[in-house]
Design a protein around this ligand. Structure first.
Ligand SMILES: Cc1cc2nc3c(=O)[nH]c(=O)nc-3n(C[C@H](O)[C@H](O)[C@H](O)COP(=O)(O)OP(=O)(O)OC[C@H]3O[C@@H](n4cnc5c(N)ncnc54)[C@H](O)[C@@H]3O)c2cc1C
Length: 349
């Protein structure tokens, strides 16, 4: 078999990138070993333009956010499945001073596009928000796990998917192409998440993997909006909510621990005052990077080899825009954004 692109990994990165390539009429084969504990399968899928303790616009928000909803809506048509839940996000204020501060900031053009409004008093039984909160828009969540399953089905129907563990030792790298188990590809793109950090070809890149816990809860007083402060709580529409997440750089196993669960519960109890039960607990390791920017580009010495990785904590919002940018780069139409191009680390190779 001869293809334009061989993609290793079908998490969020491999999915979004291969979808952009197929839309551009490229012949693609994806090799993936399904792992229900992968970062993508456990992710909450939240996208949110204003984040962090200091509540600032996320990096490149004005480029990423207008495009992402259009991208996933297009995927929904092809997959015939709803995967994107557009929804506001509510962030309770901690003090009246904070409320006043946001009343002033809300007119600032830097934020105004992303603000639905300021809620000045407690908004819903069950939520701890005595001073009201900030209502954000252009946000919501992607059902990443459902998207991966449906997209795999789509790839299988198009004979573009191989369920298998990719063995790097079997890859033959030539000047102009690669071959692997009977497949010849002009280019191979590694999208194997944290596995690329210990792989043969891209282990010199400064990955900084971070484990996270996510739990499913059933609250006695139903929570009917996404709340985000310290942790996020996302109603799933069936009475349960998913709540996440923690950040651990020490324990990078895929084992769910009591410590992770109790940290999540402590944070949830700062946000809601309704009794609840924990129904499920999952963990995953995010492919994050030292400088918190993705790793995209061509291998410094082995020219047919590329990587699309390092999506860290924000894969849902970063992947569509950067897959499109990467496509333009692969077709020789555009240079890569210098903050994501792996050539910033060529000195480490
Ligand atoms: C608890 C938690 C919550 C999160 N919440 C959010 C959120 O709300 N919003 C957000 O934007 N992001 C969130 N993330 C981050 C998000 O999951 C990542 O940014 C993104 O999913 C990374 O995708 P990936 O495809 O690069 O990696 P992965 O998901 O790790 O996918 C890699 C794929 O490659 C496969 N693979 C690896 N090695 C091989 C091999 N040798 N052969 C074949 N296949 C291989 C793996 O099995 C997997 O299928 C969260 C992550 C965690 C852990």
């Amino acid at each position: 078999m001869k293809v334009d692109y061989l993609i290793v990994g079908q998490g969020l990165a491999g999915t979004v990138l291969s979808y952009q390539l197929i839309k551009a009429k490229k012949k693609v084969v994806v090799i993936n070993q399904t792992n229900r504990k992968s970062s993508s399968h456990v992710a909450a899928g939240l996208y949110n333009p204003i984040t962090g303790r200091r509540m600032v616009k996320t990096w490149l928000a004005d480029e990423l956010f207008p495009y992402l909803e259009a991208f996933y809506s297009d995927m929904e048509q092809v997959l015939e499945t709803r995967i994107l839940m557009k929804s506001g996000i509510y962030r309770p204020f901690l003090s009246i001073e904070e409320q006043n501060e946001w009343m002033a900031k809300s007119a600032d053009p830097m934020f105004s596009d992303y603000l639905e409004g300021i809620v000045q008093s407690s908004s819903q039984l069950g939520i701890k928000d005595p001073y009201g909160g900030l209502a954000l828009k252009y946000s919501g969540y992607l059902d990443v796990s459902l998207m991966l399953d449906q997209y795999k089905r789509y790839l299988l129907e198009n004979e573009a998917y191989i369920e298998s563990a990719f063995d790097e030792n079997m890859l033959v790298v030539n000047q102009e192409d690669v071959s692997y188990e009977g497949i010849t590809a002009n280019k191979i793109i590694f999208c194997a998440g944290v596995n690329d950090a210990s792989g043969r070809f891209f282990n010199w890149l400064p990955f900084n993997p971070v484990k996270g816990d996510i739990i499913s809860i059933k609250s006695e007083i139903p929570i009917n909006k996404i709340i985000n402060r310290g942790v996020y709580i996302i109603p799933q529409g069936n009475g349960t909510c998913r709540a996440g997440s923690t950040y651990s750089w020490d324990d990078l196993t895929d084992v769910a621990t009591e410590k992770g669960k109790s940290e999540m519960m402590r944070k949830i109890e700062e946000l809601i005052d309704s009794p609840y039960q924990v129904e499920d607990h999952q963990v995953g390791v995010r492919p994050a990077t030292d400088d918190r920017r993705p790793f995209i580009g061509q291998h410094p010495a082995l020219k047919p080899l590329y990587i699309f990785n390092g999506l860290g904590t924000k894969g849902v919002s970063l992947a569509p825009y950067f897959a499109l940018e990467f496509l333009a780069y692969l077709e020789g139409r555009k240079e890569l954004h210098e903050e994501v191009n792996i050539n910033r680390y060529f000195s480490l190779y």
